[in-house]
Design a protein around this ligand. Structure first.
Ligand code: FES
Length: 664
């Protein structure tokens, strides 16, 4: 159609007597416009020039596709001049169900200002938004969907660089997973942490204090009026949880990975601060720079970038959830998938001390970390442990950034001077996050398990032997945990099965791993017990809690799935061993019995136990998720989304040092 009716280039640029039109004809923008309709110059469908010509909609005629694209976007009032600029996509994850992203409109305005002051054209577009408390059954169940949405929208639309604005726990990992897979230049911007509130003269903040105070309520030391008052104060402003939970952890890791700038407090500036808006404006400016450098995430992110991120994760006592996210992110990267494993995280932990005194490992809030210098101060402290030649979004290395932005440590006598400890006087000597070695741990024999040792309340439990009290899923837990008849002592080991990636009722590794202390023990003042599950816990939670046991209990091959009440469980954090004291023969016998039970089918009451088998026939996203999700040690991603693709393992190589010793 276009080839027969479109004017020739000379006709399109013919002079006219209309004065205004004549001026326009002479503008560079319109000359460019004419080139767009020059049928004698082919438009490469895999155009690398950028702007509107990239990723054209397929109408079978590239010139017509471009003509259509331009005429439609002009309906929004854009001029030829605007459309000739580098296009910076801004991912808008605003949702009225997501208070962690409530400042999104102001952030987008500030990003656009930064883009447009630097000669770019900012165009925002929406993707899925996820909030922890507004995602059923779990936000983790939807993380991979959000990553697919992000990847495909980046690929589908004509963007020269993208600003990914996220904040709440699963959003930034989903965006980075999608961003790496799409492999167009990206820069992250987080919404920033919320401010702390106040209850009876004490600072409180989501969500460590949500959980602590709920435990006190269960133990009878707070009443309903107290809880109503707390409910007003725990999230007093917009922004992400104000402690070192998953959102804050991921924000710090994005700086360590070089995906957010160091020159401004990009990880820690509060959501409601003017500093946050300046970070946003600067991010817009850097995005224009990225559109020109075309520094893509698969080139920017190297093995060293991730080793830096893991060092920071250990030094901040970060969320255990970040381990799952990091594995998923790494396994999206074609040249890094399989080269960094859970063992890498443990190895780095052995030489990295905990430096940041924030809840849940310590006592303070993100605003304190921000006021103490935030990530700039921390990275200067960690400098001897970092790979300084790793690249950042500015195009300079981490070392060059640190050299150009010095930080003078605060006096140690001051309150703020205590927030970020020097390497010479850490808060915890090493290994705030520990990975159990699967080769010597019969409870997690394939993928291992993790524990945040620095958040243990009773450190004696890090070396512990106790008898199992087993709950077969969240419903069973809710039914029996507070029963006066529960056969439990403070030395018992609480085990919760069936909250893994596939699970029983709620796929997506529910954050139920912080099993509540049985009420009758809580009333006696017990505040911590050894707890083990295949699920996750909130990054804001604390206690002696083993998580992400792999393979999960729903898997017929799982050992966790055949542990019974009264079995002796041995946890040796120092030795990285997590075992149930059963012989190999007994474990195999129990697994055999379980498989036979599964074959026979389930009673109506037990029907959901068959989810592992029934997933083959499930429809929709639920079916896709249940069939494709991999285990926690691989990142709980979909196999077909990993760099290795559907047939590859997409899995980090987990090597143990001891080698197959089995139960001790
Ligand atoms: Fe959004 Fe905690 S609920 S960061």
């Amino acid at each position: 159609m276009a080839s027969t009716s479109a004017p020739s280039p000379s006709e399109a640029s013919a002079p006219t007597t209309d004065t205004h039109h004549t001026q326009s004809q002479n503008s560079p923008a319109l000359n460019n416009n004419n080139k767009d309709y020059d049928l004698s110059t082919p438009i490469d469908p895999n155009n690398s020039v950028g702007g509107l010509r990239q990723n054209l909609t397929s109408y079978g005629d590239a010139h017509f596709s471009l003509f259509m694209r331009k005429l439609f976007i002009k309906a929004m009032g854009y001029s030829e001049d605007a459309l000739s600029r580098p296009i910076i996509g801004i991912v808008n994850t605003y949702s009225s169900f997501n208070p962690c992203h409530a400042n999104m409109p102001q952030l987008m305005d500030a990003v656009k200002r930064g883009v447009q002051l630097n000669g770019g054209l900012a165009i925002d577009f929406p993707t899925i938004s996820l909030h922890e408390s507004f995602a059923s059954p779990t936000s983790m169940y939807l993380r991979n969907l959000m990553s697919m949405d992000t990847e495909e929208m980046i690929l589908a639309q004509p963007v020269d660089a993208v600003v990914l604005i996220g904040g709440c726990d699963k959003t930034t990992p989903a965006q980075l997973m999608g961003g790496i897979s799409a492999n167009k230049p990206i820069i992250h911007l987080v919404t920033g942490p919320m401010m702390p509130g106040s209850f009876q003269g004490t600072r409180v903040g989501a969500c460590t204090d949500c959980r602590n105070n709920w435990a006190k309520f269960r133990a009878g030391t707070l009443d309903m009026e107290d809880m109503a008052a707390l409910n007003e104060e725990l999230a007093p402003t917009s922004g992400t949880c104000g402690v070192m939970g998953t959102a804050s952890t991921m924000a710090c890791l994005l700086v360590a990975l070089g995906l957010m700038p160091l020159s401004l407090p990009s990880a820690t500036a509060p959501a409601v601060s003017s500093a946050r808006l300046r970070v946003a404006e600067h991010t817009g400016a850097l995005a224009v720079q990225l559109s020109q450098s075309q520094l893509k995430p698969q080139d920017l992110l190297t093995c060293e970038s991730f080793l830096n991120a893991i060092t920071v994760l250990q030094a901040i006592g970060g969320s255990t959830n970040a381990i799952v996210h990091l594995m998923a992110i790494i396994n999206r990267h074609p040249s890094l998938a399989g080269t960094i494993s859970l063992k890498t995280i443990d190895d780095i932990g052995r030489k990295t001390p905990l430096l940041v005194d924030l809840k849940p490992s310590g006592n303070n809030y993100m605003t304190d970390f921000h006021n103490a210098g935030g990530m700039l101060a921390l990275l200067h402290q960690l400098r001897p442990l970092l790979h300084l030649d790793a690249l950042t979004v500015t195009g300079r290395t981490l070392g060059e950034e640190l050299d150009s932005i010095p930080f003078r440590p605060l006096p140690s006598g001051t309150e703020l001077g205590q927030i970020i400890h020097p390497l010479s006087s850490p808060l915890y000597p090493s290994s705030s996050l520990i990975v159990f070695d699967p080769s010597i741990s019969n409870l997690c024999p394939l993928g291992g398990a993790v524990i945040k040792a620095s958040a243990s309340k009773y450190r004696r439990l890090l070396q512990h032997r106790g008898q199992a009290v087993v709950f077969h899923g969240p419903a069973d837990l809710a039914r029996r945990i507070d029963s006066p008849d529960l056969n439990v002592t403070p030395d018992s080991v609480l085990i919760l099965q069936h909250i893994g990636p596939v699970g029983l009722h709620s796929p997506g590794m529910p954050e139920a791993g912080m099993i509540p202390i049985p009420r009758k023990l809580a009333l006696q003042g017990v505040e911590d017990m050894l707890r083990i599950s295949d699920g996750r816990m909130s990054g804001t939670a604390g206690g002696t809690i083993v998580l992400h046991v792999s393979p999960e209990a729903a898997d017929p091959e799982s050992v966790l799935g055949v542990v019974r009440d009264g079995d002796w469980v041995v946890c040796d954090v120092e030795g990285r061993r997590l075992n149930v004291a059963l012989s190999g023969e007994e474990i195999e016998k129990r697994k055999r019995e379980r498989r036979e039970g599964m074959k026979k089918g389930f009673s109506k009451e037990e029907e959901e136990k068959g989810n592992w088998q029934k997933r083959e026939g499930m429809r929709g996203y639920r079916g896709l998720y249940m069939r494709e999700v991999n285990q926690a040690d691989e990142g709980a991603d979909f196999g077909f989304l990993t760099a290795a693709g559907p047939k590859g393992k997409g899995k980090g190589e987990v090597k143990g040092e001891g080698g197959g010793e089995g139960a001790k």
